[in-house]
Design a binder for this molecule. Structure first.
Ligand code: HEM
Length: 147
């Protein structure tokens, strides 16, 4: 009984997406298309240009590994996204909406809706946790506040 309640309260583990279209080659092409858009964005382009000098291929391969891990659950990526973003002091919270806008457009153009939905849901969830790590601060209680 107790374990039944516990099981229901636990978040569902994400399953690997199994779709004939979606393999590493497909994800690699999607990642490359997305970063073409990000690099030409007036706000995000300079953020990436300040971090990635010269050859973009290592970043694109790392991001392909990352998305293969997130979507196919194949363990290809073993990095740490939180510290990589915390050090980006010029990034503002609202920049994530721009990032997600390009991401959504890329996957909606390239994927059938049931696949696009999985990519977008997972991107939004990860974006939320990155934003918490980067921007969440406990404010001290304001002077005169009750309690
Ligand atoms: C405003 C939004 C964002 C900006 C400006 C941004 C920018 C960057 C930059 C500049 C890097 C470092 C590149 C390098 O040195 O290799 C990076 C790495 C990375 N980003 Fe983002 N990012 C954003 C949002 C996201 C989101 C929403 C995700 C996931 C859904 C994500 C996933 C990653 C990953 C996995 C890495 C590699 C970390 C590592 O292992 O080194 N980013 N990002």
């Amino acid at each position: 009984m107790i374990s039944a309640v516990y099981d229901r309260a636990r978040p569902q583990a994400e399953m690997p997406l199994s779709h004939p279209l979606v393999d590493r080659v497909f994800i690699g092409a999607l990642v490359r298309d997305f970063y073409v858009r990000v690099r030409s964005d007036a706000r995000l382009g300079p953020v990436f240009a300040a971090e990635i000098h010269g050859d973009w291929e290592p970043h694109l391969e790392k991001m392909t590994d990352f998305w293969c891990s997130v979507i196919l659950k194949n363990g290809a990526y073993s990095g740490r996204p939180v510290p990589a973003h915390i050090k980006l002091k010029q990034v503002r919270e609202e920049d994530f909406d721009v990032w997600l806008g390009h991401f959504r457009k890329t996957v909606e153009e390239r994927c059938p809706p049931e696949v696009a939905e999985v990519f977008v849901d997972r991107a939004e969830r990860i974006a939320r946790s990155l934003k918490v790590a980067m921007f969440f601060r406990l404010e001290p209680p304001t002077a005169g506040a009750a309690g």
